[in-house]
Design a protein around this ligand. Sequence first.
Ligand code: HSE
Length: 403
Amino acid sequence: MYAAILGYGTIGSGVAAVLEENAAIIAAKAGMPVEAKYVLDIREFPGDPVEKKLVRDIRVILEDPEIEVVVETMGGLEPAHTFVKSALEAGKSVVTSNKELVAKYGAQLIALAAEKNINFFFEASVGGGIPVIRPMIQCLTADDILEIEGILNGTTNYMLTRMKKEGIPYDEVLKDAQEKGYAERNPAADVEGFDACRKIAILTSLACGRQVDFEDISTTGITGITSEDVAYAAAMQRDIKLIASSKKTEKGLFAKVSPVMIPADHPLYMVSDVFNAVKVTGNMLGDVMFYGKGAGKYPTASAVVSDVIEAVKNKGRNIRIAWNPDKLQLADPAEFESRFFLRVKGTKDDFGKVQELFADAQLVSDQIAEGEIGCLVGPVSYGEFTGKTQKLPGFLSCMFVKD
Ligand code: HSE
């Protein structure tokens, strides 16, 4: 079976390497040898064995009847979307690691693949090397999925871990994550939470079988987190993690990405460095958790190649993926109930002002930063909380707190 790889960057070159190095194992699992016949890229790679396979024109791939699977590892929406759509229209199954593409066009591309009786697979688009998409599509299908909670961005988890354990400054640790191939081309996608937002949009769409637009998901990244926040969290026996979550409630489906102070007995507490984890709660199953390397060349390439093998095994048969293009309206974030941590200017004598607004307020510490106090309040709806903090003199910042 011949495949073509679109984009010879970190993941694309990883896919070529995995196909080469694990050729015998892959042939045994797929039932036939799988070879990358072409690699599409506009760049030159002098001295790299890929040179002989390089093509610049997508038509070479689309018009070659020997190519049965197209692997898209270019990233970004265009030209990836046009190329993927053309490949499916040409009757070739497509495998992608591109979460932007899947979050935006997943439902349409799934429908196109079904119409053509081929496959569109995207295991590597969420959680890097962790098998989570295929379990969602094939294993957790008997359940009503009630909640998903995940650490879905390796770069930020790596940064938060090293900042906490080694006290390394933000810029230095970001540079290190980029050098290790974890970060996006524009790392704002990682640190502002946009990457995790697309991933929770994909998982939630698969969980509810309808389109959840990532633009509707309230998203906050890690750029505002300070060492004082980390110290306050520690004083509350908690750790700060960038959590992407969605939850079915009587008020509708809530989805958000934000830093959350989570307690030491929470299953995501121990997930550190580049590791990701996704906890899925089903109404019959209860909790199940997936854990592994969420970013990096080889873990992600491994997930891509597993999809290629799946496409080979299912030649001539479309694997149904229930993701309807009908948009699901998310619940109003103002109605989301949580406990909150807040920092307020002043001394412990000013704690009374917090108590006037929040009767259940607890003083966390007046010792962590000069001239301020940290308090814990709630549970309260986000709308009520923000309304009250606007009236609170000296209010500095806040964060979600999980029990
Ligand atoms: N930049 C992403 C991350 C890569 O750090 O998780 C994997 O999607």
